[in-house]
Design a protein around this ligand. Sequence first.
Ligand SMILES: Cc1cc2nc3c(=O)[nH]c(=O)nc-3n(C[C@H](O)[C@H](O)[C@H](O)COP(=O)(O)O)c2cc1C
Length: 310
Amino acid sequence: MIDTRLTRELELAVPILGAPMGGRAGGRLAGEVTRAGGLGLLGAARYATPDWVAEEAAIAREIGGGPLGVGLMTWALDADDSLLDAVLAEDPSLVSLSFGDPAPYVERVHAAGALAISQVNTLDDLRVVERAGVDFVVAQGHEAGGHTGRIGTLPLLQEVLDATSLPVLAAGGIGTGRGLAAVIAAGAEGAMIGTALLASPETIGPEYARGKLIEAGSADTVYTSIFDRARDQPWPARWGGRALANEYTTMWHGQGADNETLSAAYDPEDPDLGVVYAGEVAGLVTSERPASEVVRVIATDAERLLRRPF
Ligand SMILES: Cc1cc2nc3c(=O)[nH]c(=O)nc-3n(C[C@H](O)[C@H](O)[C@H](O)COP(=O)(O)O)c2cc1C
């Protein structure tokens, strides 16, 4: 067993958080990650409703039988924080407040008895979330699936570990035991894993997404804002999203089209046009596997690697 501050504080068997993936991580996925000994986070997207949170939290608890984690997007809370109330009503153990300044929300999370964590993409972000009083910081690198920053996981993780006394997790590009062992050897207390779980039958989202991920290699992703602009998702400009390249990105990424044109050309039902957010570990995801197996294998392999004689 890999024993870290993350496993101790949350009483986990493995130092893995299942990433809060909006549109893909509902109660089944989160519950399976928790059942395997990590902590799965529900991905409450900007368009999620309080009812969705309550229903998926119940599913996650039933499957996972343990603590509940939920991820929210801070910039979306700044416009309407009712989703935070819905999340705190579920008595979570951990709330992730990422992409923005979590300061207005951390006290409420703590008052509800939960840990607050934030993903950061730069050292400036680190200072913001330290001031806000979060309990763990997650260094999220450019190779991550979904929305992320521009610095690679390894350079960012090293910078963050050197610059803070907070416990640090790593996210972005961790898809096997090798990745988990690497970040733990570097000083992280664990990893937040997203893409590696996305070919699991417990994911939600479009039917085609799992197959597209399995087909994709590590060079088949693109960092872009065109899907946000097509889908009227008002993400602050500094965060692009990493998605699988497809006919839509070939046609529109970097073309300078306006939002109206992008929306008119977008069709989420079409497997060649619809967005599949995923990171560069897409190349390591080669078959559909239950999330619990993915988590257990990553943890077991990491432990073996960390114990091997050098
Ligand atoms: C499909 C997808 C959706 C995501 N949605 C969110 C989200 O709603 N909130 C969030 O904080 N992070 C989100 N992320 C980022 C993850 O929390 C995490 O940083 C990332 O998956 C880690 O990198 P990896 O995909 O290489 O494992 C998303 C990632 C993916 C792949």
